[in-house]
Design a protein around this ligand. Sequence first.
Ligand SMILES: [Zn+2]
Length: 237
Amino acid sequence: MFDVTCRLPKYDMVGVQFRISTEIQSRHFPIPTAAAAFRAYAIASSGGLPSEMETSARLTLDFPMTFEYICDELPLFEGWALRDLIHFRKRCRDNLVSCFQSFLNLGQPPFNIWISCTNSTSSSPLKSSGTGASPSWLTNLFKQRLTDLGKAFKNPLPNPSNIREEYLSALRAHLTSYACISCTKVHALEGETFCKELEKRLALAISTVSTTTPPILIKLGSLNIRPKLHVCLDDSG
Ligand SMILES: [Zn+2]
């Protein structure tokens, strides 16, 4: 994606930055590899391109952030850029955790569409036909994502665009096992709106996170005290 940096003369930095900016913002490039995503972030950060840093940082979330994945790109990283990318990833992870936790509140609007399962052994606080039930196949999906997010920030983060497929897969498995009329009915009437709401909230959880250095580090930076860089890509925190 950024082979252009190798072909252009070193002094043509304006041209390089323009090409990088255009390529990233056009989003016409194919789904990047892990190496391309991390390389794009490293180049954008060293080139002082904040908008492109944001875009490429989000692309890296789809890939593991381990030494094995980024070792070839490490020489391109400035220390602060790698540190900021780690903090960015952790803040995205924390936001996604809060988001999935909120999904478990299926008794609260706008998620209170589900009714008690029929033909299943799932337990639900609602035994009537009222809404606000918590089908176990659905809560198990959200709990599994929370478990995955809690393992390590270095793992790929859930992509908001995948939640619909995961929802449909879980629903399909539930219907295959129990032929549940209740969930079939709710899905037929409200499934599309429900999925869009999940996608919207997950996307928002990530889009509101910036690669900008957190306030505490900015304060330290203004005093010309650079925090010692502890890069531990295998940290499970
Ligand atoms: Zn059901």
